[in-house]
Design a protein around this ligand. Structure first.
Ligand code: NAX
Length: 328
């Protein structure tokens, strides 16, 4: 079709935006034959910087880029959006308590949820990257009563990709050889990267690794704390990899996960695997045409159960906190 797909991106002048916009505009998300219209939201003081980014987008002369609009009003920028990638969020700054962070982001995601509810296209899909991603998605979803709840997802694909890369290195394989890896729960230090159902070259990954101590003491913390390791090394948080994962997640959601495999995506829990209903919790999902389904029937041992419940408990705490603040 020649009608451009409208992709809204928030926090467009930020570091993830600086990588993400160019990947979307070049066709990495929707393909080289689908024109894309970018609708970029920023806070007022960042609009000038965003104008500079738009100049660079112009200068790339991407054949797939049909147009760019920018603004600081969500009700204008989200108008007619088919896909919204909510990247912009309030970072935790010095002296800020956890409650302050939830409150600051709550204000952003209630307003953006309401705006999406009002003006987005009927086929809108929403992916939340901005942290705390799961709870921000919960807030936006709750404030958009007319949008089906399954349209809201939060990003755990970066954690999934980090886990793929760590497991490939450990087993002397490539990421192409690995299937059925899962990130369960929250995009936070409590997340549970699970290789017990994963396959390396068709064989069970945990058996190939054959080292429970490595899984517990090395693999899981390395994946869960990778963001901090990047900050330590680079002096700023992961940006290109976060943008890449944001693309992977949206592309697979719209165009389908690979046959014989699944992806990790934080979606509204329907109670599957004993996780409290209504939380935005990362599950193994298969996707097709903008729909997703939680992979059912995986056997969960005691070790996995404990990890899955711990990360669910953190999400319950976050939900209780934002409920207490009147945000949902
Ligand atoms: P930056 O601080 O570089 O950029 C964020 C941008 O958002 C800023 O330009 C800011 O002006 C804008 N912004 C703030 N409030 C806004 C609002 N109400 N409407 C529109 N724009 C707004 O952060 P960056 O490194 O790009 O990271 C963005 C978010 O992604 C952060 O919350 C970060 O914690 C989160 N991350 C999430 C990851 C994930 O896997 N889910 C991994 C990477 C990243 O840490």
């Amino acid at each position: 079709s020649t009608t451009p797909v409208k992709v809204a991106v928030t926090g467009a002048a930020g570091q993830i935006g600086y990588s993400l916009l160019f990947r979307i505009a070049s066709g990495d998300l929707l393909g080289k034959d689908t024109p894309v219209q970018l609708q970029l939201l920023e806070i007022t003081p960042a609009l000038k910087a965003l104008e500079g980014v738009v100049m660079e987008l112009d200068d790339c002369a991407f054949p797939t880029l049909a147009g760019v609009e920018i603004g600081d009003d969500a009700n204008t920028v989200f108008d007619g959006a088919n896909l919204a990638l909510l990247v912009g969020a309030r970072p935790r700054t010095k002296g800020m308590e956890r409650g302050d962070l939830l409150e600051a982001n709550g204000a952003i995601f209630t307003a953006q949820g309401k705006a999406l509810n009002e003006v987005a296209a009927d086929n809108i899909r929403i992916g939340v990257t901005g942290n705390p991603a799961n709870t921000n998605a919960l807030i936006a979803m709750t404030n958009a009563p007319d949008i089906p709840q399954e349209r809201f997802t939060a990003l755990t694909r970066l954690d999934h990709n980090r886990a793929l890369s760590q497991l490939a290195a450990k087993t002397g394989s490539t990421v192409r050889d690995i299937k059925k890896l899962t990130i369960w729960g929250n995009h936070s230090a409590t997340q549970y990267p699970d290789i017990f159902h994963a396959e390396v070259g068709g064989k069970n990954a945990a058996e190939v690794v054959g080292d429970q101590a490595w899984i517990e003491n090395d693999f899981i913390p390395t994946v869960a704390k990778r963001g901090a390791a990047i900050i330590e090394a680079r002096g700023s948080s992961s940006a290109a990899s976060a943008a890449s994962a944001t693309i992977d997640a949206a592309r697979d959601w719209l165009h389908g996960s690979p046959a014989g495999d699944w992806v990790s995506m934080a979606v509204r829990s329907d109670g599957s695997y004993g996780i409290p209903e209504g939380l935005i919790y990362s599950y193994p999902v298969v996707t097709k045409g903008g729909d997703w389904e939680i992979v059912q029937g995986l056997e969960i041992d005691d070790f996995s159960r404990g990890r899955m419940d711990a990360t669910a408990a953190e999400l319950v705490e976050e939900r209780d906190a934002v409920t207490g603040l009147g945000l949902i």
